[in-house]
Design a protein around this ligand. Structure first.
Ligand SMILES: Nc1ncnc2c1ncn2[C@@H]1O[C@H](COP(=O)(O)OP(=O)(O)O)[C@@H](O)[C@H]1O
Ligand SMILES: O=C(CO)[C@@H](O)[C@H](O)COP(=O)(O)O
Length: 472
């Protein structure tokens, strides 16, 4: 009996799942929080990873591990392997102008052709361009650029600055996988390799980029460090959405909707896409296929903030929402609290429409928050469908999917059957799939059971009034 571990180093927390590599049974889990903010010291992720590993009972009996992580975050290293400045995360919008500049220089169609996507502020290349212009001294020191999962895997394998990593700062040992590389805007889906010309255009000079490790291939193994035993095989890791697709065993006809800090809508496809409008990102998946994806900046935290405003917990928010009629009495929340990525409105703020003395109730506000957040994702579902993706069912995952009101209202908003898989950390579970794949040489076929199939009928009014009031 061998155990494998999977990590989800996500925006708000780090989660670790340990699983039996033969049966797929989850044997133990752990988690630790990440700091708030869109700019984070990577050392905090490393501390949280070791805390989450300890919370999961350690890795003494684990044979292989793989790390899934939030996509796009800019981790810049100097020649000594030191982090030059705090990482800018996917939800940091300061590089919106840099994104516009890169599009003006290359053209949206050319960038879509070369990288699969048209960049917005989330993408790593735009953050490097921002660094070049706003912090030229920091930019000049950049010797290597990594993503959160690449950097954590490097640290797990013992690399780091001389006083932190037992094996020292060998930047050529940085490694990533194609799913995470595809979110940089300097990765080429046609060759599967990095496009250094685009990196240079963004940063102003060339730098070491992580080697791209294929599905089922090991990056290396761990060395003895505080809380980490030696000799654990380290799998390729993945961007969190690609890892979730693996954890769910998503197949043709499945569209995954994840409601975490980000809202994402994605599917696994055989062929790459190149959407010149920039609505759908042409990412790669973690199995050698592709992962067209729409992401929003405003998802679970819309509900967190609304619940706090109403003085209730998540369950209370759900109860209030289900006490209101579909359509929330005409109250419509356009939930752009953090600006928005899809549609690309980085400076937008949220707006509540349709307030009358009759409509402005606690129940309607709770429901309008859930409806508004889901309408943005339903627009995303339409966008991936327009590119030829079929949706025979919507798999609802992420922290907020646990809320019965969210799944019920999702069934009213989406015009496809909604299924909620049994509760699980699907990103970390996907990383365990990678770890087991590396260990055994074969991709395990682990699929979750279904927890719920909400039967509510689609209520077109919800999207109609959202489009009329809040359609961007
Ligand atoms: N029952 C619930 N209803 C609504 N939101 C929830 C519920 N449980 C957790 N959340 C929210 O889900 C988010 C965490 O989800 P998760 O998918 O782990 O996010 P991330 O991967 O971005 O860190 C938090 O904002 C949390 O408050
Ligand atoms: O930017 C994207 C996808 O392109 C986000 O999905 C991030 O990958 C962060 O995910 P969560 O922490 O919200 O799961």
């Amino acid at each position: 009996m061998a155990y494998v571990a999977g990590v989800d180093s996500s925006t708000q927390s780090c989660k670790v799942v340990v699983r039996d590599a033969d049966t797929g049974a989850v044997v133990r889990t752990g988690r630790a929080p990440h700091p708030d903010g869109t700019e984070v010291a990577p050392a905090a992720w490393w501390d949280a990873l070791r805390a989450a590993i300890a919370d999961a009972g350690g890795l003494a009996d684990v044979a292989a591990i793989s790390v899934g992580g939030q996509q796009h975050g800019m981790v810049v290293l100097d020649a000594d392997g030191r982090v030059i400045r705090d990482a800018l995360l996917w939800n940091d919008t300061r590089s919106a102008g840099a994104a516009r500049e890169l599009i003006a220089e290359f053209g949206a169609a050319e960038l879509a052709r070369r990288t699969g996507s048209v960049p917005v502020a989330s993408f790593t290349a735009t953050k490097l361009r921002w660094l070049r212009d706003a912090e030229p001294e920091n930019a000049a020191r950049v010797a290597a650029v990594a993503l959160p999962h690449d950097w954590l895997s490097w640290r797990l394998r013992g690399y780091g600055p001389a006083d932190e990593g037992p094996l020292g700062p060998d930047l050529t040992e940085l490694a990533t996988d194609r799913s995470d590389a595809s979110g940089t805007s300097y990765w080429d889906p046609a060759t599967g390799g990095h496009d250094h010309e685009l990196l240079i255009a963004a940063l102003g000079h060339d730098a070491t980029l992580p080697r791209i490790v294929g599905p089922g291939e090991a990056m290396g193994e761990t060395v003895e460090q505080e809380g980490i035993p030696a000799g654990i095989v380290v799998g390729p890791g993945a961007g969190d959405n690609a890892a979730a697709a693996l954890g769910l065993g998503a197949r043709s006809g499945d569209v995954v909707v994840s409601i975490g800090t980000s809202g994402t809508v994605f599917a696994v496809t055989d062929a790459p896409i190149a959407d010149e409008t920039g609505t759908v990102a042409g990412f790669a998946d973690a199995s050698g296929l592709f992962l067209p994806l729409v992401a929003t900046l405003n998802a679970a935290r819309v509900l967190d903030r609304t619940a706090a405003l109403l003085g209730v917990d998540h369950a209370g928010l759900g109860e209030l929402a289900l006490a209101a009629e579909p359509g929330s009495g005409g109250l419509v929340l356009q939930p752009y609290f953090e600006g928005e990525r899809t549609p690309n409105l980085p400076d937008a703020t949220a707006t509540l429409f349709g307030m009358t003395l009759a409509s402005t109730t606690r129940e309607n506000l709770a429901r309008a928050a859930i409806e508004g957040m889901l309408c943005g994702l339903a627009d995303g579902l339409d966008a991936v469908r327009r590119l030829g993706v079929s949706a025979s069912r919507v798999l609802l995952v992420g922290g907020a999917a646990a809320n019965p009101a969210v799944s019920r209202i999702a069934a009213e908003v989406f015009d496809a059957p909604v299924e909620v898989p049994e509760p699980g950390e699907y990103v970390a579970l996907g990383a365990t799939v990678q770890a087991a794949w590396v260990l055994t040489g074969a991709r395990p076929e682990w699929r979750p059971a279904t927890l719920a199939r909400p039967t509510a009928a689609t209520v077109p009014l919800i999207r109609e009034q959202y489009a009329a009031r809040a359609g961007a």
